[in-house]
Design a protein around this ligand. Structure first.
Ligand code: SF4
Length: 48
């Protein structure tokens, strides 16, 4: 996977502000079409 910078350090995949998951899935954060990044979310997030 290309380098993914992520500041969600409470995620189990996060190490030194980088994502180390083998792949991530990102979805819309709601039912409508996204028009900015606030309307997307990482579904691969897991608590430590
Ligand atoms: S899985 Fe998502 S939330 Fe977790 S470190 Fe990777 S990009 Fe960030």
């Amino acid at each position: 996977m290309p380098n993914v910078k992520c500041s969600v350090t409470e995620c189990k995949w996060n190490n030194s502000i980088e994502c180390h998951a083998p792949m991530i899935q990102v979805d819309r954060n709601g039912s409508g079409n996204a028009s900015n990044s606030d309307q997307t979310k990482c579904d691969t997030f897991r608590t430590k």
